[in-house]
Design a protein around this ligand. Structure first.
Ligand code: BGC
Length: 520
């Protein structure tokens, strides 16, 4: 497709340094911030499919489910209040990410992670002891604030710590932790649903304290990134940190580039006003469209509502939860594929391959459901037929897990220059949360009205987003983060928005539209 989308800046550097054990461990600890997000995604679907939970907090939904047995399967669980339980968290995360942007910039990435962990901890306690819907929703809001802070700071932290060559791999640690969180939640639900007396949901919700404890404690031991240290005026500390994380003494070139980036960013008083400038049009577009598209893949239909969806196609309670464990496992293992390929194959290839795979599966799943349920929503599936549906859902999840899942967090975290990095990441997080919220809130209603067509609907979006990537996303693998502007400048479309004078990257100046490495 449009060959111009593939660029080579020809001038990106490879700073000296190796993957030190120190940087590896700090990245693993920081990535655990993904656990709280993942745990939450996985836990709500299972809990809302537990009868004891529904009876206590949403008795009308429970009655509707009981009475509806033989009628339209598509509309069985359509309830705004029940959806609000799942979605309220994302609304809170959306708002929190704006506050988190200030904390991340002014106090450093680590305190943003710490704040996220603590708030999440309180939310988990409120939920575990919930006596009424109010406590439940309040707890969800606190969990949401925690997620907003963690998702704001963790991806940026990872991208700043990592050497450029391995940035993809280390950053995807975040997505790996998200998937592990989801799987852990699926497994826990599978166990707690069996607790007699029906208080299993309390255990499920309260156990959110475990991932929260991990990131809260872990963040206390994390050093701040060199970029953030320079940004806050700790130049000597930044130098030492750079030596430590790169494992070499010769950090001069990288340090000079970081300082230059920081000087430039200090000229900017209003990152929010700044980000709307013409020269940042590419980054702004990506910060909005990548998270938007990530959610429009429809992945969270599976992640939140897999147990409900599987119940809809006729699985029993136990089999539904088991099937979510299976999709959870596929999600974790397929993420490993992207970890090992993203810095070699690059981001674009994964996006394009994963998108095509998801599309094919969406068409197949939609059609399998259409054949049996038609528009009336009444049917019962044989075991083999249902197994086929689950199989294609798994292949779809795998496609997502090595493309839009990790790259939806990686790409936005690596494309912003320092002066707009925190603001850009806030836009990314809040757009992601907004559409996670909309899908969580609307899915059951959409299923009721669009029926099997819902799978085609998301498939249509996958066509649009895959074409968008093919045309508009340049390859960013191995490019040092502070040199990313050269990639945009070399792009057939985005290059037009960037004037030669806009480029001041370390010792690279633009001459006649071509970048040249030279002396300052
Ligand atoms: C997305 C989540 C999704 C998860 C699934 C993440 O990258 O942001 O919305 O549930 O991947 O693994």
């Amino acid at each position: 497709m449009a060959g111009g989308a593939i660029v080579s800046t020809g001038s990106t550097k490879d700073y000296p340094g190796k993957l030190t054990a120190f940087v590896f461990f700090t990245c693993v600890v920081a990535a655990t911030g993904g656990l709280i997000f993942g745990y939450d995604i996985g836990i709500s679907g299972g809990v809302t499919s537990m009868d004891s939970f529904l009876k206590k907090f949403f008795p009308t939904v429970y009655r509707q489910e009981e009475e509806d047995k033989s009628t339209n399967q598509y509309c069985k669980f359509d309830s705004q209040v029940l959806q609000l339980f799942t979605s309220s968290l994302y609304l809170a995360a959306l708002i929190a990410s704006f506050f988190a942007s200030v904390v991340t910039r002014v106090f450093g990435r680590k305190w943003s992670m710490f704040g996220g962990g603590i708030t999440f901890l309180v939310g988990a306690a409120l939920n575990g002891f919930a006596k009424n819907v109010l406590m439940l929703i309040l707890g969800r809001i606190l969990l949401g604030i925690g997620v907003g802070f963690a998702n704001q700071s963790v991806p940026v932290y990872l991208s700043e710590m990592a050497p450029a060559r391995l940035r993809g791999m280390l950053n995807i640690g975040f997505q790996l932790m998200i998937t592990i969180g989801i799987l852990a939640a699926n497994l826990i639900n599978y166990g707690t649903v069996k607790i007699k007396d029906g208080w299993g949901w309390r255990v499920s919700l309260a156990l959110a304290a475990v991932p929260a404890g991990i990131i809260t404690l872990g963040s206390l031991f994390l050093p701040d990134t060199p970029n953030s240290l320079i940004e806050r005026g700790y130049d000597e500390k930044a130098k030492n940190m750079l030596r430590r994380i790169r494992g070499v003494d010769d950090i001069h070139e990288e340090y000079t580039d970081l300082v230059a980036a920081s000087e430039e960013s200090k000229l900017v008083e209003h990152p929010w006003r700044n980000i709307i400038q013409r020269k940042y049009r590419a980054q702004l577009t990506m910060a909005i469209l990548i998270p938007f598209f990530q959610q429009l893949t429809g992945i969270n239909v599976i992640m939140f509502y897999a147990p409900v969806l599987f119940k809809t196609i006729g699985f029993g309670s136990d089999a539904s939860l088991m099937s979510s464990v299976i999709t959870g496992l596929v999600n974790v293992f397929a993420t490993l594929v992207s970890i090992f390929t993203v810095d070699k194959l690059g981001r674009r290839k994964l996006f394009l391959q994963g998108g095509s795979q998801m599309l094919v599966c969406q068409i197949i799943v939609g059609t399998l459901i259409a054949i049996k349920f038609g528009t009336s929503g009444v049917a019962s599936l044989s075991k083999t037929y249902a197994a086929f549906v689950v199989l294609f859902i798994c292949i779809y999840v795998a496609g997502f897990a090595w493309s839009w899942g990790p790259l939806g967090w990686l790409v936005p975290s690596e494309i912003f220059p320092l002066e707009i990095r925190s603001a850009g990441q806030s836009i990314n997080v809040s757009v992601n949360m907004l559409f996670t919220f909309i899908i969580a809130q609307a899915f059951l209603t959409m299923l009721c009205h669009m029926k099997f067509g819902l799978f085609y609907f998301f498939g249509g979006w996958v066509v649009i987003m895959t074409t968008f990537i093919a045309l508009f996303l340049p390859e960013t693998k191995n490019v040092p983060i502070e040199e990313m502007i050269l990639v945009w400048k070399a792009h057939w479309f985005w290059g037009k928005f960037i004037a030669d004078e806009d480029i001041h990257v370390g010792n690279i100046e633009m001459a006649g539209g071509k970048s040249k490495a030279g002396s300052v």
